[in-house]
Design a binder for this molecule. Structure first.
Ligand SMILES: C[S@@+](CC[C@H](N)C(=O)[O-])C[C@H]1O[C@@H](n2cnc3c(N)ncnc32)[C@H](O)[C@@H]1O
Length: 214
């Protein structure tokens, strides 16, 4: 979707994402009802969180992002969750085993495999044993964006990080667009997480991965 400042788009996309988080969890018999502590990692301006806060008032919600403006805004405008700023690389300032559930929407889709791996290792530390992580990836529904040679590389390596010349100087070098195969996702999860579900186009055109912390 092209970038827009339309408020109704912001609200609608967030509401749909909140619904999609729940329906993807429901697909494997899980629900936010049973969570005490939930983190939205890369929460931006709280587009998704604002809906979940209303729906699950008993849950202690947290939001983290690298964007100081987004975090300053959410702290001011979104009561009902605790927001914090983190650095582009780990660590993040939460104690071990803090969360039952961490969701990550349209964030790993922008990070190189190595950086995703670093963050998943850090999230493993802050998710409680047997806790759940849900994240989105650019799977098959987005590969038509790629040139044939890049698609060959993606299929061979399992992941691909594409930097856009147009966005150089606007976005940090570590924040561009990444693509992943299901094999790449398995490599990412490694021994730290067990794959529970891989839902093609589970959130718009992005695939949804749900895994349990070992
Ligand atoms: C495309 S936006 C998605 C925002 C939000 N998840 C949503 O769906 O509305 C990607 C967000 O990830 C954040 N981000 C990227 N790398 C991050 C990191 N290492 N730690 C925390 N946030 C990060 C960006 O600042 C941005 O707010």
């Amino acid at each position: 979707m092209p970038e827009t400042t339309d408020l109704s788009v912001f609200l609608n996309v967030g509401e749909r994402a909140a619904h999609d988080v729940e329906s993807n969890l429901a697909g494997i018999g899980l629900t936010l009802e049973n969570c005490d502590t939930v983190l939205d990692f890369g929460c931006g301006a709280g587009r998704t969180l604002r809906w979940l806060i209303q729906q699950f008032p008993h849950v202690r919600f947290y939001g983290a992002d690298v964007d100081p403006q987004a975090i300053a805004w959410t702290k001011h405008h979104l009561p009902g969750a605790e927001f914090g700023l983190n650095s582009p690389t780990p660590p993040i300032g939460y104690p071990d085993a803090s969360f039952d559930f961490v969701y990550i929407i349209s964030v790993f889709t922008h990070l190189a495999f190595e950086l995703q791996k670093l963050w998943l290792t850090e999230l493993h530390r802050i998710i409680r044993p047997e806790g759940i992580v849900l994240f989105t990836v650019h799977g098959e529904h987005t590969w038509h964006w790629l040139s044939p040679d890049k698609l060959v590389r993606l299929r061979h390596d399992g992941f691909l990080f594409e930097t856009s010349r147009k966005l150089q100087g606007i976005l940090p070098d570590w924040y561009h667009t990444s693509f992943m195969t299901e094999y790449g996702v398995q490599q990412l999860l490694g021994q730290s997480f067990r794959l529970l579900a891989y839902n093609h186009a589970g959130m718009g055109y992005q695939d949804v991965v749900i895994a349990q912390r070992n």
